[in-house]
Design a protein around this ligand. Structure first.
Ligand SMILES: Cc1ncc(COP(=O)(O)O)c(C=O)c1O
Length: 384
């Protein structure tokens, strides 16, 4: 008999979610002001280990505001990976700027600091204290690493390179809440961090986001921009074009309840990844994506590394077995609207992308589910 479908990554609602959301409904505090918004901001910033948290309507809005607050202007360029979900790259475009796509590290799958260093050192030039891309003539204004699948980018050397050119670093930690880099939480490792609480993330608000930072003036500016740039709310005095990007109290209530369970979610996901790794070790040609010695990944999405020839047929087979799997995101530099952007040292990244399959990773995954998934992978290879 066919098993019920095993989902890729679904929310786990098992704490105070109903209670806190009901309180919003009962009191009428449902919109973008309320005690849960304040609590959520405070608790996320405490958890991540920074001074300020600014809640936003989603992770994409958090990225957009962070880029604006870091000074990204139309015509500028931002260093970014191609191997990522599209949201951070779209956020660069919302500012009227362009990404320069730099290849990823084949081990962590995140932005490769050596390639970034080479690009800045050899392809750019400093003029009047600002960095310009020799090829495009445009100003390089920021670096945007993404901790994909939950695994941190190697941030210390990246921050060092950024520091040499005085470039702010905007950490896209949307997928990595709870992950650590040398025992420090992602989202606290650079100028600003951005999170997503979309339904498929480790904790969810339904939809939601957060900016985290230790920089008070950046925090104030991001908060200002997120509330229609309303300088004197009573008098409706708006001093620039702002955005309606605030999170609602109901979504924040959900977020607070989810955050109460985050530590156990991280523990479960790490245990599940270890279980996958242990039993996958018996199948040649299949590995679980690597974890660096300096990293503690939240294993948001467990990702298989297979040979490129097996990637599509194995996914097709697993889908017929009611196991939800998916490929990595199509590399962004290959998409029509970003094909005109500069690409640097992308060969290894193309090769890595062709090996990745994300497999069921929800918190509620059981040991039995994991055995079933690995068993089906084994059947695929046995039948080849
Ligand atoms: C790496 C990354 N950045 C940004 C986002 C955007 O977040 P949201 O969907 O909340 O706008 C997501 C996920 O959706 C993501 O995976």
């Amino acid at each position: 008999m066919m098993r019920e479908s095993i989902p890729l990554s679904i929310p786990h609602i098992s704490g105070n979610e109903w209670k806190y959301v009901k309180e919003c409904l009962d009191t009428g505090w449902v919109s973008s002001v309320g005690s849960y918004v304040d609590q959520f901001e405070q608790r996320i910033s405490e958890y991540v280990g920074v001074e300020f948290g600014i809640a936003t309507v989603n992770g994409t809005a958090a990225l957009h505001l962070s880029l604006l607050a870091c000074g990204v202007q139309p015509g500028d360029e931002v260093i970014a990976p191609s191997f990522t979900f599209i949201a951070p790259i779209n956020a660069i475009r919302y500012c009227g700027a362009s990404p320069v796509f730099i290849g990823s590290d084949p081990e962590t799958l995140g932005l490769d600091v050596n390639k970034v260093n080479d690009f800045l050192a050899h392809e750019c030039v400093l003029r009047n204290g600002e960095l310009y891309n020799k090829q495009s003539g445009r100003r390089i204004i920021a670096i945007l690493p993404v901790h994909i699948f939950g695994h941190p980018v190697d941030m210390s050397p990246l921050n060092e390179v950024a520091g040499q050119y005085e470039l702010p670093v905007i950490e896209d930690a949307s997928e990595s809440l709870g992950s650590e880099y040398y025992e420090r939480k992602t989202g606290s490792l650079s100028t600003v961090g951005c999170f997503s609480f979309n339904g498929n993330k480790i904790i969810t608000c339904g939809g939601g986001g957060m900016v985290t930072t230790n920089d008070k003036s950046l925090a104030n500016r991001i908060r200002h921009l997120s509330t229609q740039a309303n300088k004197k709310p009573f008098e409706y005095e708006h001093d620039e074009v702002g955005y309606n990007y605030r999170l609602t109290n109901m979504q924040a209530a959900l977020g607070v309840a989810q955050l109460e369970q985050l530590d156990s979610f991280v523990e479960i996901k790490r245990k599940n990844a270890a279980h996958y790794r242990e039993i996958l070790a018996n199948i040649p040609n299949v590995d679980l994506a690597w974890e660096a010695s300096w990293a503690k990944s939240n294993y948001w999405l467990c990702t298989l590394i297979v040979t490129p020839a097996d990637r599509i047929p194995l996914m097709e087979y697993l889908l017929t077995q009611n196991i939800q799997v998916r490929p990595a995101w199509k590399l962004i530099h290959t998409l029509s609207m970003y094909q005109d952007c500069q690409v640097y040292k992308m060969e290894e990244t193309v090769a890595e992308f062709e090996k990745c399959i994300s497999i069921p990773s929800s918190v509620q995954l059981t040991a039995d589910d994991i055995r079933y998934v690995v068993d089906r992978i084994k059947v695929y290879f046995d039948q080849k």
